[in-house]
Design a protein around this ligand. Structure first.
Ligand code: GTQ
Ligand code: FE2
Length: 312
């Protein structure tokens, strides 16, 4: 084997070995602060609603595993995620329809927006879905949704599918019988956070998250292994600004206002979803009383020792 006589020869030797010298990388491996990859963005329920209704006419739940519309972050090259580790979607189930039972390693949760009469069955426990409720579907739990009522039912799904894509432990299977055979109706369940209970807890809360809201409650500790949930009440005016290594999605349960992320202002109203990617300074400006659900991958960062937060 001849010894390379020039740097170029040396580098082509490395290339042939599928290696690279740390001192002449094409792309850096380390940098001083988090990059700005995913973009701040907002999806408006008022625009999605008619699109979901059109899908309701054209796409059956027989044909589609789920009638869901996922929110793709407009960051260049992104194919699926809403922020790095999380995906959000709007889902609609019409009267008489069933979204069959399946299970997967991604964790999921739902925030109900509109419609009564739908249930979700999670590992054999059937719970009603009512507007404002937050319902959890942990890793590998069977789950199906059934609309036995007379109203179209709309909700928001949040899943850690992109985190599973990054780490690759993806498993998914359909229930062999379509639906679970043994089902018990339950009103109270550790996977169900009811709107009236959340409102009451919020009314008693003195936790203002260091000035990031008027009051907040945490649902679960955390709600799911990878996902933290905070219901936050905002009063008219601006919150303090904060940045964190964690990613967040905010869903608007009540009220209107805007979220300022860096120099981008994202206006919002009921049912909208706001993407606040990692390490971007953000603050909320509510037009009056408002209630948001913050869905965040913070538990991942806490467990791994990478959570950094600053309030300005
Ligand atoms: O309802 O089970 O939006 O499995 C994406 C994947 C919803 C669900 C989504 C899912 C579901
Ligand atoms: Fe699912």
């Amino acid at each position: 084997m001849t010894r390379p006589q020039s740097l170029d020869d040396l580098y082509s030797r490395f290339d042939g070995m599928h290696m690279e010298g740390g001192w002449h990388r094409k792309f850096p491996a380390l940098w001083p602060v988090p990059e700005e990859n995913f973009l701040p963005y907002v999806w408006h329920y008022a625009e999605v609603h008619p699109a979901l209704d059109a899908a309701g006419d054209l796409v059956s739940t027989e044909f589609a595993e789920r009638r869901n519309l996922t929110m793709r972050n407009p960051a260049e090259g992104n194919r699926y995620a809403t922020v790095r580790t999380l995906v959000a979607a709007y889902q609609m189930v019409k009267p008489g329809e069933i979204a069959k039972s399946h299970r997967h390693t991604p964790n999921a949760l739902r925030l109900i927006l509109d419609g009564q009469g739908t249930t979700t069955t999670v590992d054999g426990k059937r719970v009603n879905m009512r507007p404002g409720d937050v319902l959890l579907t942990p890793n590998w739990a069977w789950h199906a949704h059934e609309n036995a009522g007379t109203e179209d039912c709309y909700w928001l799904d949040f899943l850690d599918v992109p985190a599973v894509h990054l780490l690759e432990p993806m498993f998914f299977e359909r229930h062999p019988d379509g639906l679970e055979d043994v089902v018990e109706d339950v009103e109270n369940s550790p996977i169900a956070f009811r709107w009236e209970d959340s409102l009451a807890s919020l009314g008693r809360s003195t936790d203002d998250a260091g000035g990031l809201c008027a009051a907040q409650i945490e649902m679960g500790s955390p709600a799911l292994e990878t996902i933290g949930l905070y219901m936050q009440r905002l009063a008219a005016g601006s919150t303090k600004a904060m940045r964190t290594t964690a990613n967040s999605l905010f869903a608007v349960i009540e009220g209107q206002g805007q979220t300022v992320v860096g120099d981008v202002a994202l206006p919002w109203a009921r049912g909208d979803v706001i993407a606040v990617p990692a390490w971007r300074a953000y603050r909320h400006e509510a037009g009056g009383d408002a209630v948001l659900l913050r869905v965040t991958d913070k538990p991942i960062f806490e467990k791994l020792g990478w959570l950094r937060e600053e309030i300005a």
